[in-house]
Design a protein around this ligand. Structure first.
Ligand SMILES: Nc1nc2c(ncn2[C@@H]2O[C@H](COP(=O)(O)OP(=O)(O)OP(=O)(O)O)[C@@H](O)[C@H]2O)c(=O)[nH]1
Ligand SMILES: [Mg+2]
Length: 299
């Protein structure tokens, strides 16, 4: 039996969380088309008879200027340092390697971990461009493997875990076989609200929003075939203008965010959900330790 930790790292928006969810077969991490969606380390465990792969999704590596963003990059690098193997994810695209991707690669190289290069999003690239792309990337690093795939369509995803497992140490399982994450349900629910905020707001609002669960009442969960969970959550933003955007005209946007998030929560919890959302302004929370703590980003 092999078992260990594989950190999924790379630039923002390359599809790390989509890959985690695909491999685990559960929605562990929220996904959006906006960069910097993931803010912390997210564990997803896959257990097979021959191996247990503990995947660690991480925030995208980028040039962060302090506050929440610097904390996110720091969290990604910490996670990488703790892993047995690194999965460096890039997007299939032009063979030219931009400076930001180069910087991210340098950080992965500095970790001195065995590293697999995963070329994601091959569904959006003509087939004949793949080999030149692989050729271009071959010389950048002593890769343990180079592996093209599409996390979105699932193309070539089967087989990836075999490769990853080969780079894990011989070990008994690290988690019980039925474990697929260590993220608590209430935290998963908070993220489901944030996912809808990312979908329904623009510009700086997604980056200024956090969600904290205030109440998670399961007292009626066991009642009947489909019990009830009462959830109340606070959406924290940095400015009054952002609060107005999140709420929308006559509360329409907040209602839409809540209704979509509630639907996802019901799927996750297998229960009916009664969801209440409130918006609160915490000026500049992304930039101060106290603000980060109050928004649920403890260290
Ligand atoms: N076409 C295509 N799109 C993909 C693929 N994988 C992910 N995406 C899309 O890429 C966007 C970003 O996906 P995420 O999984 O949130 O990316 P991430 O790397 O976790 O991003 P951060 O958390 O911001 O660092 C989403 O719109 C996904 O649907 C893929 O294989 N093909
Ligand atoms: Mg992500």
């Amino acid at each position: 039996m092999r078992a260990g930790f594989a950190a999924i790292v790379g630039r923002p928006n390359v599809g790390k969380s989509t890959l985690l969810n695909r491999l685990v077969g559960q929605k562990v991490a929220i996904v959006s088309h906006k960069p910097q969606t993931t803010r912390g380390r997210i564990l997803g465990v896959v257990t097979r008879p021959d191996a247990q792969v503990a995947l660690l999704d991480t925030p995208g590596l980028h040039a962060a200027r302090g506050g929440l963003n610097a904390r996110m990059v720091q969290r990604a690098l910490q996670t990488l340092a703790d892993a047995d193997v690194a999965l460096f994810l890039i997007e299939a695209g032009p063979p030219a390697v931009d400076s930001a991707t180069r910087r991210a690669l340098d950080q992965v190289k500095a970790s001195r971990k065995p590293t697999l290069l995963l070329i994601n999003k091959i569904d959006q690239m003509p087939r004949e461009k793949l080999l030149p792309l692989i050729d271009r990337w071959k010389d950048f690093h002593g890769w343990s493997e180079i592996y093209p795939l599409s996390a979105l369509t699932g193309e070539n995803v089967d087989g990836l875990l075999d490769l990853v497992a080969r780079h894990l140490p011989e070990s008994p399982p690290l988690f019980p076989a039925e474990t697929w994450t260590d993220v608590e349900e209430r935290q998963l629910c908070a993220e489901l609200v944030r996912e809808q905020i990312l979908r329904f707001t623009e510009k700086e609002v997604p980056y200024s929003a956090a969600v904290v669960i205030e109440q998670f009442d399961e007292s009626e969960r066991a009642k009947g075939p489909r019990g009830l969970v009462r959830i109340s959550a606070q959406v924290i933003v940095e400015r009054d203008s952002q609060k107005a955007i999140v709420i929308g005209k006559g509360g329409a946007r907040l209602k839409e965010i809540g209704s979509k998030a509630r639907h996802e929560m019901e799927r996750l919890l297998g229960a009916k959900v009664f969801l209440q959302l409130h918006v609160r302004v915490e000026p500049g929370w992304t930039q101060s330790d106290k603000g980060l703590r109050r928004a649920g980003y403890e260290d």
